[in-house]
Design a protein. Structure first.
Lengths: 217, 353
């Protein structure tokens, strides 16, 4: 495997999974904030569906989106199949319940007094919501990082929706699958280690950055 | 004192909020600007609920609560606007993650004050609670007393029009508690804050408040109910007294005349089983014979003693003392309290100003 191909695979992994994590977080965290702060009929059902969705195999999600995005599918006209955009969409769908579930748990653990204190000190409802998020920033970060890790390490969606096209949609995990299929186990292991190192590095940098901003509090 | 800050009319709140029976029901209450009102009553009396309503953190299930002449709940964002003027310090305050200084500056930052003013006000507030050297310290690991002091500083730094305090000195030792009382008094003087605070401590209520609202089971204790008696005071120059019922003379020190209301601290009342062999029956003023009509066990045991007719005294007595004294339900007892433990308030104790 040449260096350029490797670099591009790493870039595709980071770009599609990073984008999926950002977009999924933007949807999942507000949803979790709403669920954590409100009691309503049907909430238990939503949580149960979310929990079930978390366990959905990547190939099932890949197959679902494949049938939607393929030329004969309802969204075939968009021409997204075998593109990085399709991989990102599939990964968003994969990690959305994971980030929602983890964020919900994180926000439920924030002391109820945090919101009341913010309100009585003059915060608006929206500001109080932000403050609750801030109080849960470390567990929320874990939720987002867990989502990213799940997206960057999955292979089913990337393979089915990206098509493992060289220099276009091939990422680290589809490269590992390819190298293993070719019998190049050594390359597969090296790519696997590289994936772990990248994930570890991102985890470390984000957490260190947040701690630095907090002054170690 | 200026105009009215609060006017409550038939305000009620329950848990859950929309359903009765209500845990707090007040027919009428007004609080004037610059006054100090103490909310006194046993656990579950509705003190905290009332403070939460006054802080616009709870919405009345019924009735009208006006703040500075307007009903904040009637307007969009009206409650959020009103909250900027009335800050509540809760019984177990919450500190946000970060430093002590961050916490004290929190409300000031929300109000978008200039950074220099924020620093100056935060420093002054920390100095008031004697934490000036700890501003840069993280809030994790603070003792309960320190947390309370930081929360007091955070509320004082805002200089709100109304300071609402739920047992503000509960986590502080006696000396620091007195110091904080002085700080709260200064707050009223310095920027004319209206202060409403809850306490179990009658002495503290007497020291700090212009008026006392005595609550029991979510209702304002009306005259001639549980330790709260009204009447026309007579005086011999040294001692004054009222007679809320024939033969029931409640004495208190000083020369007071006119219509007054007396409140007696439940913890100041002693009970002695009547006819107990070997014991010396209490003598002197404020000794009454009655029967224990109800007993409750909360933090300390509470005995309700019916004297005659509708007159009821509430005495808070440690469980051990009740047992040792042979006091039980329906037992005839002698009830006594010192004249100096009688707090004399105006004709309508719940209305400040």
């Amino acid at each position: 495997m040449i260096a350029r191909e490797l670099a591009l695979a790493v870039w595709v992994s980071l770009k599609t999974s990073g984008l999926a994590a950002v977009i999924a977080s933007a949807l999942a965290v507000p949803a979790a904030l709403f669920l954590a702060g409100h009691e309503f009929r049907g909430k238990k059902l939503i949580l149960a569906v979310n929990q079930t969705w978390m366990a959905a195999p990547t190939v099932v999600i890949g197959l679902l989106f494949y049938s939607l995005l393929s030329r004969n599918g309802p969204l075939g006209g968009l021409g997204l199949l075998y593109t990085q955009a399709a991989m990102t969409v599939g990964q968003i769908f994969l990690i959305l319940p994971l980030i929602t579930g983890f964020s919900y748990t994180a926000l439920r653990q924030v002391d109820r007094r945090a919101r009341l204190t913010a309100l009585t000190l003059g915060a608006t409802g929206r500001q109080a919501g932000w403050i609750v998020l801030r109080e849960a920033r470390f567990p929320l970060l874990v939720a987002v990082l867990a989502g990213f890790a799940r997206a960057v390490s999955e292979v089913g969606i990337a393979m089915m929706l990206g098509g493992n096209i060289r220099y276009a949609t091939r990422n680290i995990t589809t490269s590992i699958a390819l190298e293993t299929a070719k019998g190049e186990f050594r390359n597969g292991v090296v790519l696997g280690v590289l994936l772990l190192v990248i994930t570890l590095g991102i985890n470390y940098l984000v957490q260190a950055g947040l701690r630095g901003r907090d002054g170690g509090a | 004192m200026g105009g009215l800050v609060y006017r409550l009319e038939r305000v009620a709140y329950g848990y859950p909020p929309a359903k009765g029976p209500f845990s707090l029901e007040l027919e009428a209450l007004t609080i004037a600007e610059g006054g100090v009102l103490a909310l006194v009553g046993p656990n579950g009396a509705g003190k905290t609920t009332l403070l939460m309503l006054l802080a616009f953190l709870l919405r009345p299930a019924r009735g009208r609560l006006d703040f500075l002449g307007r009903d904040p709940w009637a307007a969009t964002d009206g409650a959020a606007e009103a909250r900027r003027g009335a800050v509540l310090l809760t019984h177990h305050p919450y500190l946000f993650k970060g430093t002590i200084a961050d916490n004290v500056a929190f409300g000031l930052r929300l109000r978008k004050l200039p950074e220099a003013e924020i620093r100056a006000r935060a420093a002054a507030a920390l100095s008031l609670v004697e934490l000036d050297s700890l501003g840069g310290r993280s809030v994790s690991g603070l003792s309960a007393g320190q947390v309370q002091r930081v929360a007091i500083a955070r509320a004082l730094a805002i200089r709100p029009r109304v300071l609402l305090l739920d047992e503000p000195t509960a986590n502080l030792d006696a000396a620091l508690g007195l110091r904080m009382e002085a700080v709260l008094r200064e707050a009223g003087r310095d920027w004319g804050a209206t202060v409403v605070f809850s306490t179990h401590n009658f002495s503290q209520a007497s020291r700090l408040a212009d008026s006392i609202l005595y609550l029991s089971e979510g209702r304002r204790v009306e005259f001639s109910h549980e330790n709260c008696f009204s009447g026309t005071a007579a005086s011999d120059g040294r001692t004054s007294w009222i007679e809320p019922a024939p033969g029931l003379r409640i004495e208190f020190p000083g020369e007071t005349r006119g219509h007054v209301t007396c409140i007696i601290d439940p913890s100041a009342i002693r009970l002695v089983a009547a006819g107990e062999k070997g014991g010396t029956p209490p003598s002197g003023p404020n000794v009454f014979r009655g029967r224990v009509s109800r007993m409750e066990t909360t933090d300390a045991a509470t005995a309700l003693v019916r004297i005659s007719g509708d007159l009821v005294f509430r005495a808070t007595v440690p469980v051990g003392e009740l047992e040792a004294g042979g006091i039980s339900l329906s037992r005839e007892v002698l009830l006594t309290f010192e004249p100096r433990s009688v707090k004399v308030v105006g004709e309508r104790p719940a209305e400040v100003g």
